[in-house]
Design a protein around this ligand. Structure first.
Ligand SMILES: Nc1ncnc2c1ncn2[C@@H]1O[C@H](COP(=O)(O)OP(=O)(O)O)[C@@H](O)[C@H]1O
Ligand SMILES: [Mg+2]
Length: 392
């Protein structure tokens, strides 16, 4: 099989030159290590976008021979380091003054030690959804602000490679992360929240062709190569879905709990159940489920309209024996705030609205989830449960 793999890899075309890899003598090392294929090529003259095209081509060429999660592509370079710049084309710009420099992330490096805790971070929470467009990023950003208002120090990793949207929601689209003198990436800050996003490192037009193992590596870098010191909670906005990419991203990370977001629609719920099952399979404690866009409450007459159906998530939660964290109604300002880079929960004028209250409730429930378990006598007395708000 290795011979066939080598043959196919040799025939790949380098998009930078139009010539085959073999004719340019690019492959340095191609070998099977147990189940895994490790392949290393010289990437001189190959741009980050072309490199990602090549990764996609490799996955395609070998799809019937090696499982995608078992392909590890590395690169070497004689001209530059095996890294790509914060943004394509950045290299030609003069470095800014001061001790920082443009941050770089590596693609395709392996995963680090299993379940290593992230220095400086209290709890890590993964936020997932079975499908896209259910409001995962909007929820993550506003939960971050809610927890921060409740006195916690919060960081967010936007790990959604399909549609990284936190730079927009936090109003930092043009920001370029930099690294400090210890080569740690300095998170971008907005509204007191520290955050890091795939969006800072990819061009919006680039096709998404990074694959499992590489993505696992990149999330690891966002966890371990970013200076997160001083955080109570680090939230991870995962890519939507329950496939290999999501799995490989979190299986090596030390995640303390997961939240699943869904709309009340049947189809979204079915996906959300898969999401919950994925977290269970990974033995990851599930903090609970949130119903987003649960209903529309008219600002004028106060009537509640169940646009996507009613009570769906509450039912799913019962079936799956999970906590129900809350319902976030549909609200126009939740969307417009995200589009403008002024997240809803930063705008005090909304504090009496149901959406605001929903976020506050979810924030408290997240905190409660991580409260240390009480000794049984105290729990029985009900007193501590009461003052800590643990009564159901
Ligand atoms: N409760 C809500 N009310 C109104 N609009 C919402 C709500 N939740 C999300 N949206 C909007 O729906 C769209 C999709 O949300 P987004 O957070 O990007 O979803 P995802 O991250 O799951 O793909 C965005 O335009 C967002 O502003
Ligand atoms: Mg999103």
């Amino acid at each position: 099989m290795l011979e066939e793999i080598k043959k196919r890899l040799g025939q790949l075309i380098n998009p930078a030159s139009g010539k085959s890899f073999d004719s340019e003598n690019r492959w340095q090392h191609v070998a099977m290590e147990g189940e895994k294929l490790v392949a290393e090529y010289n990437r001189d003259g190959i741009s980050p976008a072309e490199k990602r095209t090549i990764e996609g081509e490799i996955a395609k060429a070998l799809s019937d021979l090696v499982g995608i999660d078992n392909i590890m592509v590395k690169t070497t370079s004689t001209q530059s380091q095996d890294v790509f710049k914060a943004l394509d084309g950045q290299a030609s710009q003069p470095p800014a003054a001061g001790p920082t420099q443009p941050a770089q992330i590596k693609a395709g490096h392996g995963t680090i030690d299993k379940k290593k805790p992230v220095p400086g971070v209290g709890k890590i929470i993964a936020i997932g959804s079975g499908k896209g467009g259910v409001g995962k990023s909007t929820f993550t950003a506003n939960l971050a602000i809610t927890l921060s208002k409740q006195g916690k120090k919060i960081g967010v990793i936007d790990a959604d490679i399909y549609g990284p949207s936190l730079p927009m929601i936090f109003g930092k689209r043009d920001e370029k992360p930099r690294s400090n003198s210890e080569k740690k990436i300095i998170p971008v800050e907005a509204f007191g929240i520290k955050f890091m996003s795939f969006g800072f490192f990819i061009n919006e037009q680039d096709p998404v062709i990074w694959r499992g193992p590489m993505l696992g590596g990149v999330l690891n870098q966002f966890l371990f190569d970013v200076d997160w010191t001083g955080l109570d909670y680090l939230l991870i906005d995962l890519p939507p879905g329950t496939g290999d990419i999501q799995l490989s991203m979190i299986q090596n990370a030390h995640v303390d709990g997961a939240i699943v977001i869904s709309t009340p629609q049947d189809i979204a719920l079915l996906d959300a159940k898969k999401g919950a099952e994925m977290f269970k399979k990974l033995n990851l404690p599930i903090i609970g489920m949130v119903e987003n866009m649960s209903s529309f409450i008219c600002n004028h007459c106060g009537t509640e309209h169940h646009i996507f159906g009613e009570g769906g998530v509450a039912k799913a939660v019962e079936q799956l024996d999970l906590n129900f964290l809350g319902k976030v109604p549909l609200e126009i300002e939740l969307r417009t705030g995200s589009d403008k880079g002024e997240p809803y929960m930063t705008q005090d004028r909304f504090r009496d609205r149901p959406v605001w209250k929903a976020f506050e409730e979810v924030g408290h429930k997240v905190d409660q989830f991580f409260l240390p378990a009480l000794p049984p006598e105290q729990e029985k007395s009900g007193f501590f449960s009461k003052i800590l708000g643990l009564n159901k």
